[in-house]
Design a protein around this ligand. Structure first.
Ligand code: C5P
Length: 230
């Protein structure tokens, strides 16, 4: 039996997480937060000394692959946070992967095709149990090329940096717009220019620019598109 798959791809800060969560709730589908997979591997690789914070260190691909294959990863929806909790080798990972530093580690290890291959089955298997809303960079292009609905949600780097600044200030944390913008641009460049599964819209994806839209407007647009695709 083949279950419906909805792919929401795009760069970080474009609003994918909110749309994905709301769609999954509304449709009673599972949610695949594929970025969390890469974040986990990135964090574990950093802890093992395989990646450096400033991306200057060459990465030992074989050691990275062994490490990736040693991880037993699963997802558990968390209604309180509106996110999915990640469990690795039996232990909940928590929010420690949800920061820009770990996002940087993730994008360093995400360039390796063997690492991506090692994470592929886990992602594809999620569509064998129920309907799925999948959030990432290559959901519509590589992981679920036959998906029922594909959306590529983007926004200018400036709009995404501004959102991040607002989020940090809201949490009473320091926020430097220029530094955040530079980090976003560096990660975008790495994700868009890598040889394997670069971040880009699938040929049959609806592209939405959320630069001037709020989360509800984006959600309504995506929901209407899903209904139209039927
Ligand atoms: O979406 P998120 O910001 O959590 O992703 C973190 C990083 O993981 C991305 O910048 C990207 O390098 C990588 N990633 C990927 N393919 C995916 C999801 C995330 O390469 N499907």
């Amino acid at each position: 039996m083949r279950y419906p798959v909805i792919c929401i791809d795009g760069p970080s800060g474009a609003g994918k997480g909110t749309v994905t969560w709301r769609l999954a709730q509304a449709l009673n589908y599972q949610l695949l937060d594929s970025g969390a997979l890469y974040r986990i591997v990135g964090l574990k690789a950093y802890e093992a000394g395989l990646v450096s914070a400033d991306a200057s260190q060459p990465i030992d691909e074989n050691a990275l692959l062994v490490l990736t294959q040693s991880l037993d990863i699963s997802f558990v929806p968390n209604n309180d946070s509106g996110r999915v909790d990640i469990v690795v080798n039996g232990e909940a990972v928590g929010e420690q992967v949800r920061n820009e530093t770990v996002g940087g580690y993730a994008s360093q290890i995400a360039v390796f095709s063997q690492v991506r291959q090692a994470l592929l089955k886990l992602q594809q298997d999620m569509a064998t149990r129920s309907g799925l809303v999948a959030d990432g960079r290559d959901m519509g292009t590589v992981v679920f090329p036959d998906a029922d609905v594909k959306v590529f949600l983007t926004a200018s780097a400036e709009a995404r940096a501004q959102r991040r600044v607002a989020q940090l200030l809201n949490n009473h944390q320091a926020a430097d717009f220029d530094a955040i913008l530079a980090t976003i641009k560096a990660r975008d460049a790495r994700d868009e220019n890598r040889a394997t599964a670069p971040s880009k819209p699938a040929a049959d994806a609806l592209v939405i620019d959320s630069s001037t839209l709020d989360a509800s407007a984006v959600y309504e647009q995506v929901k209407a598109y899903c209904q139209k695709q039927g």
